[in-house]
Design a protein around this ligand. Structure first.
Ligand code: BG6
Length: 469
């Protein structure tokens, strides 16, 4: 069957500042929480940045952006999703005046994208809260964070809002329950964090997200603001209704974030879950009004599906993305234990479209794998057929969903160039179509090499998906 993607479909790739920019103290920037997470986003932080942290240099995009964007253009990218490092713009996070040198860097990046006709898609906050805000305010547990974020977002919309149409507020906002520091800048260790503080922090982020959406629309009504959630369909481990319900409850933990962003209020099942957990969230009348500013589209990352069961004896957790779950006995997994499920992507696309009726954008999908550099026709490359297969299988599922009637704006592959992993802080967990010569011990020339998948993705984009058939 022919696979057809809509005209003007936005094909591209996605990255985050803390995982690829480097230059962690350049031109006035101060550390973010990532600069004190040398072994990954789910671990305990160090007090100060340490040299073994690969993110301090990343892949040095800060100095090589022109070369990298030219490679993206060669693949035919229509869109490039990147985040702005909050601590480049407001190095501490709570100061009144932004850092002009930080702003100027993103002007240069946007100039370069414009030169190649690539549409930017900006994530305002991607796991990189300024360290000062984490240490001084305990991150999003503090209501004052809403004001700091509003000031930061306003500066970005005023500076770039005339040339950047697509914006995302918080990366994977639903990850905060599992990774309170990385996702919510919360310095209190997870095992000491009270449920009240956690859910209050979630509330503050949700209000800040809605408020930023309002500010964007006031500055330029043409701007499209999306929320960004981890999509992870939850299957019942068996047809036992108790398992179906257990799966449903886990799914609701993620739905809640989309529901609030799309419907502008807390859903009943979420209020009940808070009541059952004995949590009291302080919600003001002003908060309720703010939440009514709903998003223009829903974006999400998709890497895997999970299962759930009501039977404690069968609660065998697999490895996984930040939100883990019970392993699915029918699926294979990546080298890092993430279960591979292309059909799950079609399921998610249909589900979200039916549920919210808002345009969708897949802003992350990809395979982390160990790559081997080889010489082929005198050139260094990687024969990454496993990545090409993953890409093609997932895109075929996307094509089916488009045929199902889902309105989908675009697809950005996670890490089109190798970057430092968010969960493990390794370089060896590679997603790229472009290989970066950097190793887990920090050695390497930082040279870039095209993998076999580079040409495969270029062909898919060039044919607007038709070559997937
Ligand atoms: C998502 C994050 O969870 O998954 C990215 O938004 C991250 O920042 C990506 O890099 C892949 O995860 P990892 O841990 O393999 O880098």
């Amino acid at each position: 069957m022919a696979i057809r993607f809509p005209d003007g479909f936005l094909w591209g790739g996605a990255v985050a500042a803390n995982q690829y920019e480097g230059g962690y103290l350049d031109d006035g920037k101060l550390p973010s929480i990532q600069d004190v997470l040398p072994v990954g986003g789910l671990s305990a932080p160090t007090d100060e940045p340490t040299e073994d942290n690969l993110k301090l240099i990343g892949i040095d995009f800060y100095h090589r952006y022109a070369e990298d964007i030219a490679l993206f253009a060669e693949m035919g990218f229509k869109v490039f999703r990147f985040s702005i490092a909050w601590s480049r713009i407001f190095p501490l996070g709570d100061e009144e005046t932004p850092n002009e040198e930080g702003l100027a860097f993103y002007d240069r990046v946007l100039d370069e994208l414009e030169k190649h006709g690539i549409e930017p898609l900006i994530t305002i906050s991607h796991y990189e809260t300024p360290l000062h805000l984490a240490k001084t305010y305990d991150g999003w547990t503090d209501r004052r964070m809403i004001g700091f974020f509003e000031r930061y977002a306003r500066v970005l919309f005023e500076r770039y809002g005339h040339r950047v149409k697509y914006w995302l507020t918080f990366n994977e906002i639903n990850s905060i329950t599992h990774a309170p520091l990385m996702s919510g800048g919360i310095w209190t260790p997870k095992d000491q964090l009270s449920k009240n503080d956690l859910y209050q922090a979630i509330h503050h982020e949700l209000v800040a997200s809605a408020s930023a959406t309002k500010i964007a629309h006031e500055i330029n009504p043409d701007i499209k603001v999306g929320c960004m959630i981890i999509a992870m369909p939850v299957y019942p481990l068996s047809p036992d209704p108790a398992d179906v319900w257990a799966a449903r409850l886990t799914e609701q933990e993620n739905y809640a974030f989309g529901d609030i962003h799309c419907r502008g209020e807390y859903p009943g099942y979420y209020l009940r879950a808070l009541r059952d957990a004995g949590v009291e969230v302080q919600i003001t009348d002003e908060d309720r009004e703010t939440l009514k500013h709903t998003v223009d589209f829903v974006s999400f990352s998709y890497y895997m599906s999970i299962c759930n069961t009501a039977d404690p004896a069968k609660q065998i957790k697999g490895e996984g993305n930040i939100l883990g779950g019970v392993s699915n006995p029918t699926l294979e997994a990546s080298e890092w234990g993430w279960q591979i499920d292309p059909l799950g992507l079609r399921i998610v696309l249909n589900d979200y479209w039916e549920r919210w009726g808002k345009p969708l954008f897949i802003v992350e999908n990809g395979l982390g794998a160990k790559d081997q550099l080889v010489v082929l026709d005198g050139e260094l490359t990687v024969e990454d057929d496993y990545r090409i297969n993953y890409l093609r299988d997932h895109l075929k599922a996307v094509g089916e969903a488009v045929d199902d009637g889902v309105e989908l704006w675009g697809y950005t592959w996670w890490g089109p160039i190798d970057v430092v992993s968010a969960s493990t802080a390794q370089m060896s967990k590679r997603y790229g179509f472009i290989y970066v010569d950097r190793n887990d011990d920090g050695t390497g020339t930082l040279a870039r090499y095209k993998k076999k998948s580079f040409g495969a993705y270029r062909e898919i984009i060039e044919s607007n998906g038709a070559s997937l058939a």
